[in-house]
Design a protein around this ligand. Structure first.
Ligand code: HDD
Length: 686
């Protein structure tokens, strides 16, 4: 750790060192124009007479306003809403047998990374907690150049061929005639696309599942989605799928809560990431691969090149080989998060592509989109995009060129510069594309092996727990219920009967169309790894709202708070007013939030302490509102001895996840266990 020009502590690595030369701290400096001319007046424009016309001569006015007028760049056409952080990737074990990638050779090697999380459909200013796929893009600044793994929090995709990507995105984005709805797939064009392109079935099941309402970035999986290749020094290749597994487990919001958070705190997930890193609760994921030998390419009942298919983890286990830690927030969101340019085509020797037709189209799209978004071909020179190793070639000129390539020569082959910059052999680290044998006729068609759209959608359904299935049905009912066209609503249930007849029938009744007549595909297999119920549960970094007023029992409450904090729980004191509150036994506690500035949906659990207040009726109504909401969202609620009258006044009932303090109970530890469990789906909320 070291202090840098902005006075903050930074975790130093090669990328951080590189960025340091671009950081500017304006604090304490004199104001100048961009030409470094000192400015004497930043209050009034230059005028001929105090009430007279403004003069063109006012160079500062012109420069200031012109710069402001040009401050915006196009937002990303997809994944516009995003947030990023710096960190490092540490290798646990050598992957030498499978890849020659330099950063995957020696255990303990640390590689600087930059990770951007995003929502797909919404605009840059849309809310974080909408139902959507989340992007999970990582740039590894390796010593052999930048490697980008541009994935999502779901392992499959809507389409099999990139040629359909513009159609998919046009369908999910706000409808063009009225630009409604923002950041939502719950509308006619999206569902029209789904029923008209049934390869989307599997991904739509994921989108309707709890995965699409991740609680925050720290508790979601990441997937490379495509099948890539790892290639070792001997040229032997394996097909691979990449996985990120969060150390805190995979957790989601409930839909009602997600919608309310969108209003109460649209920045909920970016705030969570920012705060976690600032507090030193560094998010961590383990990195793993599923591998299939080249000779086993055709051994599966799905095509391993089809991006609408997973490789069930029970059949092809995930081998963990490293860890990602996010440990530093950005200094400037525009300079870093907005200007970072990811590209699945940024690879290093030892990592290669496959013929997945979705991947191939992406290899074109990302470079292309950066040209318009970042204003020309020199975006690799923007600090956040620069590799940490030197780069040399004969590319020249273009808007905003910053480097000054010296010398006479900018072509290859040459004699004037001794034929440099020179190409490298594979042994010298040159990237040599995998020599895959390819043959076939030029054709525009879908492979027969890509035609089964429902077996894995059914496998996903079969793998869900009871509550997860119910949430999927609820999500369909909400989304399809928002579709105006009855014909499309009918076609949705007619399509999804192929996943599960009972599910489609319930949806049909709820959205006012005929029960479907078709039959589900006869898949009985399930993959337990797909269910979030089988994830990791820990109380660490979960936030408990302590609802309290003056007159609480200090010894009891402070002992509980200590137990919570020792278990890694974050405690926020919520009361009627900011300031301090006093216990009946003379302890004082500072208030973090009021009932007005916070909301029940912003906490993972509640600790109902109560006490007294100047306005008893309002105090009780605020606390019971918090209890009712948390109860409805299946959250743990702990009740102190003084809190019981508030609990009784609410709609909540004793039962799963309700922990009541009593002299005999081990209240603190029982409450911690309940907090770790997070949701109590068996609770009867109606
Ligand atoms: Fe994409 C951005 C992930 C298919 C075209 N994509 C983008 C980002 C992520 C993904 C995480 C945001 C990167 C960032 O934070 O800057 N995209 C995926 C995944 C896909 C996928 C996991 C399927 C497996 N994408 C896909 C296709 C195409 C694109 C098939 C086009 C043919 N994606 C883009 C893009 C974006 C992009 C238009 C918009 C902004 C950007 O690239 O830099 O080029």
């Amino acid at each position: 750790m070291k202090k840098s020009s902005d006075g903050l502590e930074h975790r130093e690595n090669s990328k951080d060192k590189q960025l340091e030369q671009y950081r500017v701290n304006n604090y304490g400096e004199k104001m100048t124009t961009n030409q470094a001319l000192k400015i004497s007046n930043d209050e009034f424009s230059l005028k001929a007479g105090v009430r007279g016309p403004t003069l063109m001569e006012d160079l500062h006015l012109r420069e200031k306003i012109t710069h402001f007028d040009h401050e915006r760049i196009p937002e990303r056409v997809v994944h516009a809403r995003g947030y990023a952080a710096h960190g490092e990737f540490e290798l646990y074990k050598s992957m030498k047998d499978y890849t020659k990638a330099g950063f995957l050779q020696v255990p303990g090697t640390k590689t600087p990374i930059f990770t951007r999380f995003s929502n797909v459909a919404g605009s840059k200013g849309s809310a974080d907690t909408v139902r959507d796929v989340k992007g999970f893009a990582i740039k590894f600044y390796t010593e052999e150049g930048n490697y980008d793994l541009v994935g999502n929090n779901m392992p499959v995709f809507f389409i099999q061929d990139a040629i359909k990507f513009p159609d998919l995105i046009h369908a999910v984005k706000p409808e063009p005639h009225n630009e409604i709805p923002q950041a939502s797939s719950a509308h006619d064009t999206f569902w029209d696309f789904v029923v008209s392109n049934q390869e989307s079935a599997h991904m739509v099941m994921w989108l309707m599942s709890d995965r699409a309402i991740a609680k925050n970035f720290r508790v979601m999986d990441g997937f490379g989605v495509h099948t890539f290749r790892l290639v070792n020094e001997e040229g032997i290749a394996h097909f691979v799928k990449f996985h990120w597994k969060p150390k805190l487990g995979v957790h989601s919001l409930v839909w009602d809560e997600a919608q309310k958070i969108s209003g109460k705190d649209p920045d909920f997930q970016r705030r969570d990431l920012w705060d976690s890193i600032e507090k030193g609760h560094f998010p961590e994921w383990e990195f793993g691969v599923q591998m299939i030998k080249e000779k086993d390419e055709f051994m599966f009942d799905f095509d391993i090149l089809d991006a609408t298919k997973i490789w069930p983890e029970e059949t092809v286990p995930v081998q963990i080989f490293g860890k990602l830690t996010l440990n530093k927030n950005v200094d400037n969101v525009f300079a870093e998060t907005e200007q970072v340019a990811f590209h699945p085509g940024n690879v290093v020797p030892g990592i290669d592509f496959t013929n997945d037709p979705l991947l191939q189209g992406r290899l074109f799209s990302y470079l292309d989109t950066q040209l318009i978004r970042l204003g020309g071909p020199n975006f690799a020179e923007i600090p956040i995009n620069r590799p940490v190793c030197p780069f040399h070639n004969n590319q020249r000129d273009g808007y905003s060129r910053q480097r000054i390539d010296v010398g006479q020569v900018s072509y290859h082959n040459n004699t004037l510069a001794n034929n440099t910059p020179a190409t490298s052999t594979a042994a010298e680290g040159g990237y040599v594309h995998y020599a895959e044998k390819v043959e076939g006729k030029v054709i525009q068609a879908r492979s027969e092996s890509f035609k089964d759209h429902f077996s894995q959608a059914r496998l996903f359904w079969n793998s869900m727990s009871g509550p997860e299935k119910q949430h999927i049905i609820n999500a369909f009912t909400f989304e399809v219920g928002k579709v105006n066209s009855k014909d499309i609503r009918q076609r949705v249930v007619d399509m999804f009967v192929e996943v599960d007849k009972e599910m489609a029938t319930i949806i049909a009744v709820d959205v006012g169309v005929n029960r479907p007549s078709g039959e589900q595909v006869p898949v009985t297999a399930s993959s337990p790894a797909l269910s979030q119920e089988n994830t990791i549960y820990t109380p660490q970094t979960l936030t408990v709202g302590v609802l309290v007023g003056n007159g609480f029992k200090g010894t009891e409450v402070l002992a509980t708070i200590r137990t919570l904090m020792n278990a890694g729980v974050i405690v926020k004191i919520v009361s009627g007013k900011l300031g301090t509150i006093r216990s009946s036994d003379n302890y004082q506690v500072a208030v973090d939030e009021t009932f007005l500035t916070s909301a029940p949906v912003l906490f993972d659990a509640l600790y109902i302490v109560g006490g007294n207040s100047e306005n008893e009726a309002k105090f009780e109504s605020d606390i019971t509102y918090f209890i009712n909401e948390s109860f409805k969202h299946y959250k743990p609620i702990g009740v102190a001895t003084t809190g019981q009258r508030f609990f009784k006044a609410s709609n909540a009932k004793e039962g799963p996840g309700i922990v009541i303090d009593s002299p005999k109970s081990d209240f603190g530890n029982t409450f911690v266990k309940a907090i770790a469990k997070q949701r109590f789906w068996t609770r009867d909320i109606y």
